[in-house]
Write a new protein. Structure first.
Length: 429
């Protein structure tokens, strides 16, 4: 059985969508003839824990955890790591600290804030390769540092390498180039091209991302750039102990909210429906202060329940118990072409989806697979009418929805695709 070294920062006990992708790959790769060896960071470097995920890690998985120097953690704690955390302290001091943070992110954190993991991971990775007869290297990013680590290991060892981009390299310039400086933009672009051109195979999560890379990076062979979408694992839902649905119509939104992906457009819909509507909205995840204030000012607090970060299995329970799942796509230029991992959890929950956002990949998938409805976030009247129809259906016995298994998005099938790409790496070596 060939051996693959998997370089991934996000892995249990860290939670989140990136963790799920790697966790499921290492779980199912042995079924397709590959033995994974994981290279990640120590538990102490995780800021968002989900200890329940440790139960999903295969007992026989070889894991190497390394130290990392991560000064960005200081800034996140000092300025409020989570978007919904109360922030206190002198405003002038906070502005000064924020300026220092932006200086570090611009000038020192290249390619990103996890660059302090690189020297430790490269050293440990060389040792893992030597001791375990590794055949192929695979990296999962973000962070982009994981791809730089894999590229260096590939260069030092001569092993083929597959890079898995869950997000585009340049997808969040506001984080790593907060002042939008031209030299930093050019540096990031040059580094991206230099690193990814050395990968034997590249994986992205959508066709649009594939087209973007082929257009941006000259010299990439189209046959070496593959699409493996995010997905869901039916086994996770089989283990979810859902309770009977409430008599009250319940919508659930899962995931972190941001200024560019806000609950406020949906509050206008709820206000249109009226304060006496039989509707409850559950928000699972971190909520910015601006959205919290908007909820308070809307007069709808009695209809809205807020849950901070939940263990993955518990969040799935809320999805299964919902009548309808709310997807907020957001208004950033790239938001419309993001297929977030939570969308696939929604598919696995087999509940209708109400999505708000511009045309793009999410809208196309939802409409093509008949998963629900997508509206522009300012189309308040149409959204309210759709909700009223669903509420009436629930009152008359149940919401009409064609629940299907959608096997092509199941983690086992997606891992089979990864195994073929890893085999192609061996053929190219």
């Amino acid at each position: 059985m060939p051996n693959v070294l998997i370089v991934a920062y996000y892995f249990p006990p860290l939670g989140g969508g990136g963790t799920q992708r790697t966790l499921k790959f290492v779980r199912y790769l042995p079924e397709f003839g590959w033995k994974p060896h994981l290279l990640t960071v120590r538990d102490s470097h995780h800021l968002m824990h989900d200890d329940s995920l440790l139960q999903e890690v295969p007992e026989d998985l070889a894991i190497t955890r390394t130290p990392a120097i991560l000064p960005a953690r200081f800034f996140r704690k000092a300025l409020g790591h989570r978007a919904g955390m109360p922030r206190s302290g002198n405003t002038r001091s906070r502005r000064l600290l924020a300026g220092v943070k932006n200086l570090f992110f611009t000038c020192a954190f290249i390619p990103d804030e996890h660059v302090g993991w690189l020297p430790f991971a490269v050293r440990a990775g060389k040792r893992v390769v030597q001791q375990n007869k590794i055949d192929v290297i695979y990296s999962s990013g973000p962070p982009n540092t994981a791809h730089v680590i894999a590229q260096r290991l590939s260069h030092h060892t001569g092993l083929p390498w597959a890079a898995d981009l869950r997000d585009l390299w340049d997808q969040y310039p506001e984080s790593y180039n907060p002042w939008n400086l031209r030299w930093r933009t050019k540096l990031d672009d040059d580094l991206e091209k230099k690193v990814l051109r050395q990968a034997q195979q590249i994986i992205v999560v959508s066709d649009e991302m594939r087209q973007h890379l082929l257009k941006k990076i000259s010299g990439l062979a189209p046959e070496s750039v593959h699409v493996i979408t995010n997905g869901f694992d039916p086994a996770d839902f089989e283990k979810t102990l859902a309770t009977p649905r409430s008599d009250r119509f319940t919508l659930v939104h899962s995931g972190t909210l941001f200024p560019w992906r806000s609950i406020q457009p949906f509050l206008f819909v709820m206000q249109r429906l009226g304060a006496k509507m039989p509707l409850r909205l559950k928000l699972l995840g971190v909520i910015p202060q601006a959205d919290r204030r908007a909820i308070q000012d809307s007069g709808l607090s009695q209809h809205i329940e807020v849950f901070e970060y939940l263990p993955y299995r518990e969040s799935l329970r809320h999805l299964v118990e919902a009548d309808v799942l709310l997807l907020l796509i957001g208004n950033l230029p790239h938001a419309a072409n993001m297929l977030t991992s939570k969308l696939f959890d929604y598919i696995g929950a087999q509940r209708p989806i109400l999505a708000l956002g511009p045309p793009g990949m999410a809208r196309t998938l939802i409409e093509h697979e008949n998963l629900g409805f997508v509206f522009a976030e300012d189309d308040t009247a149409a959204i309210a009418a759709t909700l009223q129809n669903w509420i009436a259906q629930k009152a008359n016995g149940g919401i009409a929805f064609d629940a299907r298994p959608h096997t092509k998005y199941q983690r086992q099938q997606l891992t089979a695709a990864l195994a073929k790409i890893l085999a192609a790496c061996l053929s190219d070596a």
